[in-house]
Design a protein around this ligand. Structure first.
Ligand SMILES: [Zn+2]
Ligand SMILES: [Zn+2]
Length: 359
């Protein structure tokens, strides 16, 4: 019985190409009580491996969070299998806007403590007391209301390439960090404003909305299914699109284009650009935005230092890394002083100055 992925990414890519079949990329999540995550995980792996599913799926006692791809022709079998699991029956599947057969190259089903690393102690608040879920039409109405504060619950490198018009985009590296900043900046408006939030696929808002209600916010709304489902609904219902730029996604596609606007810039030269890359130096791998010209000039590296190291023979690079602490870890999500055009997203709450809370 094979319970784990055995093929390398390269071998898998070759197989997908050879099969020549269209694949669907999709995501879903569900909070539910799972008594034995390991057993559930093995069951999923065995079934989905047979359906040629690839992706990253987290299973925990609190539920499941999956992002995956599968051959389009297996979709019905996959759906039928989901429907055999009581808490996944008729679940909304977020189908990707832009399809790419190579979005995932391995099937990884992992047992985790939580399905999102949210940094929260769930025993301290009622996680089931969530905000009001709204679809695209109601969301568009709400965000035009001047009594609304629209907050992006994602991290800085995500909102940098795309976000809703007039959204507050906290300059944070983690979800946990953003909760305190938002609460602090909006504490004078817990009762008189609508707090409307959104994220990629909706999962982060499930906890965030409950957390803010616990903190005393009275009018909390969340975009159901996140940006992915919003995009589907505005197309289907022919609504106005209020999202500008790209939706950052966590697979090999990196982003989906939602509008034609390019709102970011190359971190090295400042020209308009919105494609993330990882620094080619294996000791760095910084996630940053680099235009094609800079990519050629810098050999896909984030600094001249990285470029020099990357040009060394492999064995020499390895010797250099030996015994070195992973000092770049904290910068991996796109922060480094040597990138002059990395946008500073701070001063985000100018519309609602902090001083008001002193009254
Ligand atoms: Zn550039
Ligand atoms: Zn680098």
């Amino acid at each position: 019985m094979q319970l784990y992925n055995k093929l390398s990414a390269k071998e898998r890519a070759a197989l997908i190409e050879k099969a020549g079949k269209d694949r669907l990329t999709l995501s879903f999540y569900q909070y539910a009580k799972i008594e034995n995550p390991q057993e559930f995980r093995d069951h999923l792996f065995l079934t989905w491996n047979n359906l040629d599913v690839l992706g990253r799926i987290y299973v925990a006692q609190e539920g499941i969070n999956g992002q995956l791809s599968l051959p389009a022709e297996n979709f019905q079998d996959f759906k039928t299998h989901l429907d055999t699991i009581d808490f996944l029956k008729d679940i909304r599947l977020n189908i990707a806007v832009e399809q790419d057969n190579m979005s995932f190259l391995k099937l990884k089903v992992k047992v985790r403590h939580k399905i999102v690393a949210d940094g929260l102690n769930d025993d301290t608040f009622d996680v089931t007391n969530k905000g009001i879920h709204v679809g695209a039409e109601k969301f568009n109405e709400l965000i035009e209301d001047e009594n609304t504060v629209l907050v992006d619950m994602r991290n800085h490198y995500e909102s940098e390439i795309g976000h809703f018009k007039n959204a507050v985009t906290p300059d944070v590296d983690t979800f946990r960090e953003s909760l305190d900043i938002i609460e602090d900046d909006l504490k004078a408006h817990k009762e008189d404003k609508n707090l409307v939030m959104y994220c990629t696929g909706g999962i982060r808002c499930e906890k965030a909305s409950a957390y803010f209600k616990h903190k005393g916010f009275k009018n909390v709304y969340q975009l159901e299914g996140g940006i992915i489902e919003y995009t589907r609904q505005i197309k289907e219902q022919e609504l106005d699109n209020k999202f500008i730029g790209k939706n950052f996604v966590f697979d090999d596609r990196r982003a989906e284009k939602i509008s034609d606007d390019v709102i970011a810039q190359c971190h090295q030269c400042g020209s308009p650009f919105d494609v993330h890359t990882n620094c080619a130096n294996d000791a760095c791998h910084l996630l940053f935005i680099q235009c094609d010209t800079c990519k050629t000039e810098m050999d896909n590296c984030c600094s001249t230092n990285c470029k020099e190291i990357n040009a060394l023979p492999y064995e020499e690079q390895k010797a250099l890394r030996k015994g070195q602490a992973n000092s770049n870890d904290i910068f991996k999500k796109g922060r480094a002083d040597h990138l002059p055009y990395k946008k500073d997203l701070r001063n985000i709450f100018e519309k609602f100055p902090k001083t008001e809370s002193k009254n």
